[in-house]
Design a protein around this ligand. Sequence first.
Ligand SMILES: NC(=O)c1ccc[n+]([C@@H]2O[C@H](COP(=O)([O-])OP(=O)(O)OC[C@H]3O[C@@H](n4cnc5c(N)ncnc54)[C@H](OP(=O)(O)O)[C@@H]3O)[C@@H](O)[C@H]2O)c1
Length: 292
Amino acid sequence: MKLLVTGASGQLGREVAALLGDEHHQVVAVDRAALDFSFPDRVAQGIAQECADWVINCAAYTGVDRAEQERDAAFLVNRDGALAVAEGVKSYGGRLLQISTDFIFDGGQSTPYTEEDEASPLSAYGRSKWEGEKAVLQCMPDAVILRTAWVYGVHGNNFVKTMLRLAAEREELGVVDDQIGTPSWTFDIARAVQALIAADASGIYHFTNEGVASWFDFASEILNTASELGCPVRTKRVRPIPTSDYPTPAVRPAYSVLSKCKIRGLLDYNIPHWRTSLNAMLRQLLLGDGSG
Ligand SMILES: NC(=O)c1ccc[n+]([C@@H]2O[C@H](COP(=O)([O-])OP(=O)(O)OC[C@H]3O[C@@H](n4cnc5c(N)ncnc54)[C@H](OP(=O)(O)O)[C@@H]3O)[C@@H](O)[C@H]2O)c1
């Protein structure tokens, strides 16, 4: 099959392109220089020219806090750009898998969000992604929307890398303990993408790693594991703090655990727990261990 991956310089796009390429598909990996979503008119045309069997749209405006000031830029990429991709794919009869986010939910629930639960985003970023989902499905009702959360990987910038940097600099760290979600490794998300394509799926799916955590739990595990793997950790104490002690421009959901019941039905393996995958990722990052 021919597969086209957008956002190929991002943390998820790089992982998806690498995994699917390993499976002997023909993968066309497209970055911003090749296809700039700020110009949606050109995006539809560029996508149509490639005539890929599947397009996996990993490109997004991901600056959650910046989006509060740059709302138009976020909507241009996450809504108009996503729609342009869908229009391009539809023009030649291909399939589309659009990546979305837990930030479309308001976090008011206390049980995992299912694919049927109502979206009610709290931030400009969340709204832009939700509008993108709706635009894609309106254009291509058989598209796949894959919502994931708390993404980290070996490539690009993410919470894991920020914590490792701070751990080398600071004796004490305060980390938010009242936002609950599930850290999700790009490698595992890429495997879910692979499974959805293999199953010729359509519709909305949720995927994260197993288990739940606060950012404080996640940070503590990162530092413990990094230390076990011989990485220099100066931090002696990670302190749990409330969100009110770490104000950010964008409001984030207090609870954004996603239910994986639906996607489990098409996976022929158990989804790894977030602690297992974090360990594998840190081994890859710090020791160059590719066995994860
Ligand atoms: N990160 C998370 O915690 C998280 C959580 C839930 C869902 N998601 C979703 O997962 C997907 C992948 O995110 P990620 O974490 O891999 O983000 P990322 O590392 O920031 O990658 C985003 C990609 O989009 C590209 N991009 C940004 N603006 C663009 C534009 N105007 N035209 C073309 N490409 C553009 C970036 O290119 P440049 O490198 O040139 O900027 C980059 O390749 C997104 O749909 C995101 O909404 C992420």
